[in-house]
Design a protein around this ligand. Structure first.
Ligand code: NAD
Length: 306
């Protein structure tokens, strides 16, 4: 059986070597397609693959149709909005992610971005400190929990809201205050960091009605997905409030305009950088290889998302 690793944006070398080793030790064939520039290359490479390991690569219905033997797709990372789940399910292809493997990398970027925007994006002028301020964590999953811990280590008062966690004790054991609603979270917190997946419920859900509740010095940090933030609301917030700041991991469509108009209050990465550390690469890549082998050999479906 053949497991293809197809990454437009390659894994770190050490991760590739580890993936290869895990696949070959299991007695399977390792195939690699890196830095491909044309969808046709992926369509060709996936033809005879039984397993597929990807990063942010798009697994569309076309890719699924081309993959005649495919049984499993593992997205090395947390978000799997780049995979057409229905197309996979229709062909009985199992889809998994590797939750938790890159969370620390993303949480560290949250803190880095929060400090950078608080220092006026390193433009001249007096910045402010984050210590002693309020931090709101919107969605308390793997990344949100670590960001909360780091916020506390910086001396911040940390609140969190997650619609799927109703038990206060989950937050309290981490020294985090549970907000009862998104409105409460945004009204109480000067900094809000968002960590929900991009899906039909969350797309454009971070909008003016929530952001306008934020207190003076309102700062939004988005390392989730650009789609969850309503960009018109961001423009409106910048126009109406000269205290509003926004830091985004991956430039929104309006990035050039925001950078020009508000160079000291807006920051974005040119490419998604949250999980772009050697450690996260290795952790997620190796987990993806283990999960692929575990499924093909023993039918283990832990972390299946479809
Ligand atoms: P996770 O699955 O561990 O946590 C997601 C949390 O979101 C869960 O606690 C869940 O209850 C909550 N949630 C689900 N639906 C929600 C909703 N409608 N409103 C509010 N909360 C909701 O995922 P994670 O590892 O913490 O990652 C979070 C997101 O961050 C991912 O889905 C991904 O899109 C993004 N991410 C980005 C990078 C990057 O490179 N910037 C890397 C990893 C993850």
């Amino acid at each position: 059986m053949k497991i293809l690793t197809a990454t437009e944006k390659p894994f770190a070398k050490e991760a590739v070597n580890g993936i290869k080793q895990i696949i070959e030790e299991a007695g399977y064939e390792f195939a690699l397609l890196e830095k491909y520039t044309d969808k046709a290359q992926l369509l060709e490479a996936v033809k005879d693959a039984d397993g597929l390991i990807i990063r942010s690569d798009k697994v569309t219905s076309e890719v699924v149709a081309a993959a005649e033997n495919l049984k499993i797709v593992v997205r090395a990372g947390a978000g799997y909005d780049n995979v057409d789940l229905k197309a996979c399910s229709d062909k009985n292809i199992v889809v998994m992610n590797t939750p938790g493997q890159n969370s620390n990398a993303v949480a560290e970027l949250v803190i880095g971005m929060m400090i950078a925007v608080s220092r006026n994006c390193f433009t001249p002028g007096t910045g402010s400190e984050v210590s002693g301020k309020t931090l709101g964590i919107h969605a308390y999953g793997n990344v949100g929990r670590i960001a909360a811990r780091y916020g506390k280590a910086l001396g911040m008062t940390v609140y969190a809201y997650d619609p799927f966690i109703k038990d206060k004790a989950v937050f309290e054991k981490d020294g985090v205050i549970m907000a009862e609603s998104p409105e409460e979270l945004y009204s109480k917190c000067r900094f809000v960091s968002i960590h929900m997946p991009a899906n039909e419920q969350t797309k454009k859900s971070i909008n003016y009605s929530l952001l306008s509740l934020m207190p003076k010095g309102a700062t939004l940090i988005n390392t989730a997905r650009k789609e969850v933030v309503d960009e018109e609301s961001i423009s409106r917030m910048f126009e109406e409030r000269n205290d509003f700041r926004y830091a985004a991991d991956i430039a929104p469509a309006i990035a050039a305009e925001l950078k020009e108009k508000y160079p000291n209050r807006f920051l974005s990465t040119p490419k998604k950088m949250g999980a772009e550390t050697a450690e996260a690469n290795i952790n997620a890549g190796l987990a993806a290889a283990r999960q692929s082998v575990g499924f093909l050999k023993d039918g283990i479906t832990k972390f299946k998302v479809n």
